[in-house]
Design a protein around this ligand. Structure first.
Ligand SMILES: Cc1cc2nc3c(=O)[nH]c(=O)nc-3n(C[C@H](O)[C@H](O)[C@H](O)COP(=O)(O)OP(=O)(O)OC[C@H]3O[C@@H](n4cnc5c(N)ncnc54)[C@H](O)[C@@H]3O)c2cc1C
Length: 286
C-alpha cells in the first residue's frame, strides 16, 4: 500500500520544527530514520496531515562525554552508537546490545530518538534507557524539560510526549561497575527479542556492592528490576548465586502469551538468560 496524502516540511532548526508541530494541532508526525514510521504510513495505520522531517537539524546528531554521563543526540543513528569507542568504553552494555538491533540497513537509518519514541517493548534502546536510568531532554512550545526513562515509557508503543514535543538528547549516567553482561534470544538474527536481560555488578568484600538489572520482552515496557538488584546485594557470592538470581528474575515478571511465544516460554527463556548473564558478569573479575 501507499501512504495517505500528507504535507512535508524539513526545518533546519529545532525552534522551526517545534513551531511546525504546534501549528499542526496534533495532526503532525515527526520523521527521523523512518524505519518504524514509514511501514505505519504505508499500511495507513498512521495518517498524519504533516510530516516534520528532523534530518536537516544537524545539532541533533552527536555522542559526547559530559561529566559522569554520555549524552547522545536524538538523531544519532544506531550504527554510530554501535561503533562509537566512547560508548564501548563508557556504556559497554549498550555497545553489546546494539549488535542485536535489527539489520544493517535499518541500523544505518534508525535513530535513538526514534527508537525511544516508538517505545517498542522488545527494542534494545528503550531497555538501555531503563537500564542506565537515562534522562531524556525534550523540547516543546514552552521550552525544554527533562523526563526520566521510567516516566517516559507508558505502555507498549506509547510514550508520555505531547504531539508538539521533540526528544532532543538523552543522557546516560555511566555505571562504575566491574562486571556486566547482555543476553538476548530472538527467533532470527535482527528480529525483535523474545526475551532479554542486561546485568551490571560491582563486587564488594563478600557480596555485591551494587547491581543493575533490566529486562525486556516480558512486559508492555522494558523493566528495571530494582527489587531484584537489592535482593542480589544480600546474596553471598557462590556457585548457587546464578540459580538464585534466575529464580528472583523469573518470579518478578508476568509476561503475556502472544503470537511469537507463550508466557511460560518467555519466562523460561528469561530464567536461562539471567543465569547465563550473572555467570558472565561474575567471571569478569574474581
Ligand atoms: C524489520 C525491522 C526490524 C527491526 N528490528 C528491531 C530490533 O530488533 N530492535 C530494535 O530496537 N529496533 C528494531 N527495529 C526498529 C528500528 O530500530 C527503528 O529504527 C526505530 O524503532 C525507530 O527509529 P527511527 O529513527 O527509524 O524512527 P521513525 O520511524 O522515524 O519514528 C518512529 C516514531 O518516533 C517518533 N519520533 C522520531 N524521532 C523523534 C524525536 N526525536 N522526538 C519525538 N518523536 C520522535 C516518530 O514520529 C514516530 O512516531 C526494526 C525495524 C524494522 C523495520
Amino acid at each position: 500500500m501507499k501512504p495517505a496524502r500528507f504535507e512535508y516540511v524539513a526545518p533546519t532548526t529545532l525552534d522551526a520544527a517545534v513551531k511546525a508541530l504546534a501549528a499542526a494541532s496534533g495532526e503532525a508526525k515527526i520523521l527521523a530514520g523512518g524505519q518504524s514510521l514509514l511501514p505505519l504510513l504505508n499500511f495507513r495505520m498512521a495518517r498524519p496531515a504533516l510530516l516534520v522531517d528532523l534530518n536537516g537539524i544537524k545539532e541533533l546528531s552527536f555522542i559526547e562525554l559530559r561529566d559522569d554521563s554520555v549524552v547522545i543526540g536524538a538523531l544519532t543513528r544506531h550504527r554510530e552508537i554501535e561503533h562509537s569507542p566512547l560508548i564501548a568504553s563508557s556504556l559497554p552494555v549498550m555497545s553489546a546490545a546494539m549488535r542485536h538491533v535489527a539489520h544493517l540497513a535499518i541500523r544505518n537509518r534508525g535513530t535513538i530518538g526514534g527508537s525511544l519514541s516508538h517505545a517498542d517493548p522488545a527494542a534494545e534502546l528503550p531497555m538501555m534507557a531503563m537500564f542506565y536510568c537515562a534522562r531524556l531532554t525534550v523540547q516543546g512550545p514552552e521550552g525544554r524539560r527533562t523526563i526520566a526513562a521510567k516516566d517516559f515509557f507508558v505502555d507498549a508503543l506509547t510514550n508520555c510526549l505531547a504531539p508538539e514535543d521533540i526528544v532532543v538528547e538523552i543522557e546516560f549516567p555511566i555505571l562504575r561497575h566491574d562486571g556486566w553482561a547482555f543476553e538476548e534470544v530472538a527467533r532470527r538474527y535482527g528480529d525483535f527479542a523474545l526475551a532479554s536481560i542486561a546485568v551490571s555488578i560491582r563486587r564488594g568484600r563478600s557480596g555485591l556492592d551494587d547491581a543493575r538489572v533490566a529486562v525486556m520482552g516480558v512486559a508492555d515496557t522494558p523493566l528495571r528490576l530494582a527489587a531484584v538488584e537489592q535482593q542480589l546485594r544480600d546474596i553471598e557470592i557462590d556457585d548457587r548465586m546464578p540459580d538464585r538470581f534466575s529464580e528472583l528474575v523469573t518470579s518478578s515478571v508476568t509476561p503475556n502469551d502472544d503470537l511469537h511465544a507463550s508466557a511460560e516460554y518467555r519466562k523460561h527463556l528469561l530464567g536461562e538468560l539471567a543465569r547465563r548473564a550473572l555467570r558472565t558478569a561474575l567471571a569478569a573479575k574474581g
